[in-house]
Design a binder for this molecule. Structure first.
Ligand SMILES: [Zn+2]
Length: 301
């Protein structure tokens, strides 16, 4: 049985108008090269010849993979955690704003170590968190007393029961894209909001760094979304795109990592300038931000 998946059509829209555009390196774990392909029909980019769900685990084994680690050592990590507390509150405020309700029922897919799920639970929301990584689930339990479930638990959840489903930098990691979108439409209630944050390869920083852009993050990122490709994907499953929000800090963070990969000697200054420039462009066009939060709602027929 092969452990490599070769896409012969686009994994989002099934078009066969797909071609290689970049070769990117796995800088954080394996140092292996992966090919990134582009779909001419929907503008999705995707990592080609990816490890399947049973063999991708080893590409997550890294001390550098900060989203799974709660270490507060080192300047970049300290900065990350400082900003994270600020962004957690902002994410909570965003949920209140887009759902228009004070408390409700939320499903967080790819909950990591539970920081966001815990924040919203503290504010009185009911929360179900799904997380594939055992170490991360244990940390959520130890840090917050929060019980996260394995991803398959999604099959046990009642339909039309959630006011919001959140995926913070998660959709680009899931093998079964089709399966998740079918769950989204079933699980959300009629006023429910689907909140998806993903990197944007059409951003200014992505265009500048090309294959060294840190948010390609191959092979962990299976898909590289443009705003147009994600909007089209949502439509396919019965969603309309309601609004989008920029993630201002991601421009700086991704630029910092990209400068490290390029082995730049002036990385702090360069990353700051690129992040600033990317955000200035974003002020005039939200679709140019390094990472974007997309708010989807059920299409009214
Ligand atoms: Zn496509």
């Amino acid at each position: 049985m092969s452990s490599i998946i070769h896409h012969s059509v686009c994994p989002a829209c099934s078009s066969s108008l797909i071609n290689p555009v970049l070769s990117a390196k796995d800088y954080t774990v394996s140092e292996e090269m992966f090919s990134i392909w582009h779909c001419d029909a929907c503008s999705l980019r995707f990592t080609q010849d990816i490890p399947d769900i049973h063999s991708i685990g080893k590409y997550y084994q890294s001390v550098n993979y900060v989203s799974h680690s709660d270490t507060k050592e080192g300047l970049v990590n300290r900065l990350y955690h400082l900003v994270r507390n600020y962004t957690l509150i902002n994410k909570f405020k965003l949920i209140l704003h887009v759902t228009g309700i004070g408390t409700g029922n939320l499903l967080d897919i790819g909950a990591g170590t539970g920081a966001f799920a815990n924040t919203i639970k503290q504010k009185g929301w009911r929360v179900t968190g799904l997380e594939p990584d055992l170490t991360a689930r244990n940390q959520a339990k130890n840090n917050y007393g929060l019980i996260l479930e394995i991803p398959d638990y999604i099959n046990n959840l009642p339909h039309n029961s959630f006011d919001a489903i959140t995926l913070w930098h998660v959709l680009e990691h899931v093998h079964d894209l089709d399966g998740y979108w079918k769950h989204f439409i079933e699980l959300l209630n009629n006023n429910g909001k689907l909140v998806i944050a993903v990197p944007n390869y059409t951003s200014s920083d992505a265009k500048l760094y090309k294959a060294a852009w840190a948010a390609y993050d191959v092979p962990r990122h299976l898909y590289h979304f443009s705003p147009a490709s994600l909007e089209k994907l949502g439509l396919k499953y019965g969603f309309s795109l309601k609004s989008i929000y920029p993630m201002w800090f991601d421009s700086f963070y991704v630029s910092m990592l990209s400068e490290q990969y390029k082995k730049s000697k002036i990385k702090l200054v360069a990353a700051f300038l690129v992040g600033l420039w990317s955000n200035l462009v974003t002020i005039f066009n939200k679709r140019k931000c390094s990472s974007v939060i997309y708010i989807f709602e059920k299409k009214i027929n």
